[in-house]
Design a protein around this ligand. Sequence first.
Ligand code: NDP
Length: 310
Amino acid sequence: MTTILMASHQDPVDLWRAALAAEMPELEFRAHPDPGDPAEVDYALVYWAPHGLIASLPNVKAVLSIAAGCDHVLADPDLPPGLPIVRMVDDYLAAMMAEYAVYGVLHFHRNMHFYRQEQLKSQWSRGWPLYTPDTAVGILGLGAIGTTCAAKLGELGFQVHGWSRGPKSVAGVTCHHGADGLEEMAAQCRYLVCVLPLTPETQGIINTRLIKAMPQGGYIINIARGGHHVDEDILAGLDSGHLGGVFLDVHNEEPLPPAHPFWLHEKVWMTPHVAGELIPRSCAKSVVRNIRRIEAGEEVPDLFDKARGY
Ligand code: NDP
């Protein structure tokens, strides 16, 4: 018998139970706070699990993240070192993230922010559109999600650039890498979309330096983690006019405190960390695929790499 324990304060337990049962009927499903005998638990399926929970499972073989990023697992000070952590890599998650990236880019590209303001003043103001094939979008992060965003934006006719840690080749994408590559890319892009993992190297990467590297009036869409952007630098960029606007799904502090200046800033558009939801009926396939690989002693490509930090 293989047993999985789910612990998440926000994911729907009943949908996960049903989705896992459909994919792997022989899997015993349990949910925190009722783990049964902790010694029977083979896998912990978690999102921000209570600290110490994973350490209380003496025979757990791997942590399965209910998120593409593993920051929520690593935040547990009692996490047993050396325990494998498996990222969530799911086509539907990548597709949802790409939908949001497309929406954010088109919002600004088709001047919806301007037309909304004009509407609220009962003003019939017609602007002149930009020519999409002359307009470049830069994707920060060219992984599972970034390449999907790049493909969808490319289908719309944008010039697509992408930035990764190491050199990469992606069809239809002008690829950049390394510190110089980021500024080289930013200088050409009216829109930047961030889908990086949060690591010590990418923390605060959306800062004054990057903003100044962009053309005047550029836009930033951050759908990765709030730690990527420096709030004060975004506000300074918006208030100076160098940045035309930002679309933020993620924040340095979540929930964003009611007094934060982003809430009422006319150039800030935001959502409460909903760019990519983990839909159980799709993600359960990824979870079961990885459990089967581990049980068979096979390589797990979705393993979190502790040395790289993602
Ligand atoms: P992947 O691990 O597949 O891809 C990460 C990409 O980022 C790779 O291209 C990698 O480069 C690049 N990268 C990492 N570090 C650096 C660096 N220092 N400099 C330049 N490039 C770097 O991740 P996913 O695409 O699956 O997910 C990305 C992130 O999106 C997640 O970590 C998560 O935080 C966020 N996310 C947010 C959601 C939301 O709802 N807001 C939902 C889902 C994900 P290389 O190719 O060279 O390795």
